[in-house]
Design a protein around this ligand. Structure first.
Ligand SMILES: Cc1ncc(COP(=O)(O)O)c(C=O)c1O
Length: 393
């Protein structure tokens, strides 16, 4: 259900406002950067923690012919199918066993074939369906994304395995569409040499299959490739993090690319304490007050998904008396609360606090918090727990 924000009704201690117009805007930004490619919107891990049904529905209104979704697993694909009734969903990890492959073939989802053992499973599955006396399973057309390893060394076939398997795939009697894909390891850091070498390897592989005649599509770029590697867009791009408004590029924030934050994580001031010079704040007594201070206690902690390792000094925004103030964390984040230095800030219990995202006309990019926590915005978004109420607007 989509709820509109009415702040008088917000009773949760912590909540995440999800801006569906922003996710649509960000999809259009991806289209702007890759105007000649189709887009495969990556909504795995519950749409990077944003709520997959709502995000998928909002994005589907922006789709043009050939656009599709990507998820990690069959279970995630089922969930999107149940919500939207469409099958243009790519399963990035591919089937993990024969039962999953059977279901994928029956439903017609798109899937990634990344390892020779999956090709063996497919051979068995197709042979079985021809030999059996039981009514033949109604296969949907096969829609396979053949993943090759160009240097990431995670999922993807070696050049040799690819050369062995490709001719067999081309000879299948079933209606089959084949997309050649690979994945960048360092597109977010263009100064490193690996991405250029991966691009060369990908193009060399494409040459071996005479891509214009033998391949139905080619895909190499995720968000960083879309923003920084126009020569690597090919026919299909796979935007993920940029849809949620965060920059994939190291050292940059989403607004630099015209992206809007989608998740705004908010909470409230629970209470304010006067603390004396020489006192300490919080677990481990790691924060030492150099002077008399006002310490604000905010009703969010690592039990809600706010990172425990956020150091003292990490900013939050506080909406107090119609103005917005930045306040730094003071002391360790605990499970249900965190503490900030409110000295000189005229805040009161009940005031709203922004942990990341946008509010009251200001932004606090999740990438800024992530940098301070030595992680990436992807992880911050995915870690939000079920205790946080999601409000779609
Ligand atoms: C194969 C593949 N393609 C695309 C993406 C989307 O990446 P990003 O969120 O950096 O755009 C991912 C994310 O991990 C992925 O694994």
């Amino acid at each position: 259900m989509i709820t509109m924000v009415d702040h008088h009704q917000v009773d949760a201690h912590s909540w995440a406002e999800i801006d569906l117009a922003a996710v649509q805007h960000n999809f259009r930004r991806a289209r702007h950067y890759a105007p000649d490619s189709q887009l495969c919107a990556v909504i795995k891990a519950n749409a990077y923690g944003h709520g997959v049904e709502q995000i998928a529905r909002a994005l589907s209104h922006e789709f043009r012919g050939g656009d599709c979704f990507a998820v990690a697993t069959l279970a995630e694909a089922r969930r999107v199918y149940q919500a939207l009734g469409l099958r243009d969903i790519l399963i990035l990890r591919g089937p993990v066993n024969a039962a999953e492959l059977t279901e994928i073939l029956a439903t017609g989802f798109m899937w990634v074939l990344h390892s020779p053992w999956q090709a063996d499973l497919l051979k068995q599955e197709l042979a079985f369906s021809e030999d059996t006396l039981a009514p033949r399973m109604q296969f949907q057309p096969l829609r396979i994304w053949v993943k090759t390893n160009t240097g990431m060394n995670r999922l993807g076939m070696s050049a040799q395995a690819f050369a062995d398997i490709w001719p067999w795939l081309k000879s299948l009697p079933q209606q089959t569409s084949l997309t050649l894909m690979s994945h960048f390891a360092t597109a977010d850091e263009p100064a490193l040499p690996l991405a250029a070498s991966q691009l060369r390897n990908f193009e060399a592989l494409a040459d071996t299959v005479a891509l214009d005649r033998e391949c139905d599509g080619m895909s190499l770029s995720a968000s960083a490739g879309i923003l920084a590697w126009p020569q690597a867009h090919f026919s299909m791009c796979r935007p993920g993090i940029m849809l949620y408004g965060a920059s994939p590029m190291v050292g940059e924030h989403g607004p630099a690319f015209g992206l809007l934050p989608v998740m705004s994580l908010k909470s409230r001031l629970v209470t304010i304490n006067e603390v004396r010079a020489g006192d300490t704040v919080g677990y481990g007594a790691t924060y030492h007050c150099q002077q008399d201070m006002r310490i604000g206690v905010i009703g969010i902690g690592y039990g809600d998904g706010y990172p425990r390792h956020a150091p003292s000094g990490t900013p939050v925004l506080i909406h107090a008396g119609g103005r917005v103030f930045e306040a730094p964390l003071a002391g360790r984040v605990s499970m249900d609360m965190l503490t900030v230095d409110l000295t000189g800030i005229p805040a009161a219990p009940g005031d709203e606090v922004l942990l990341w995202g946008q509010g009251w006309g200001q932004q606090l990019p999740a990438e800024r918090i992530a940098d301070l926590c030595q992680t990436i915005a992807y992880e911050l978004f995915c870690q939000i727990t079920s205790r946080v109420k999601f409000i779609y607007q």
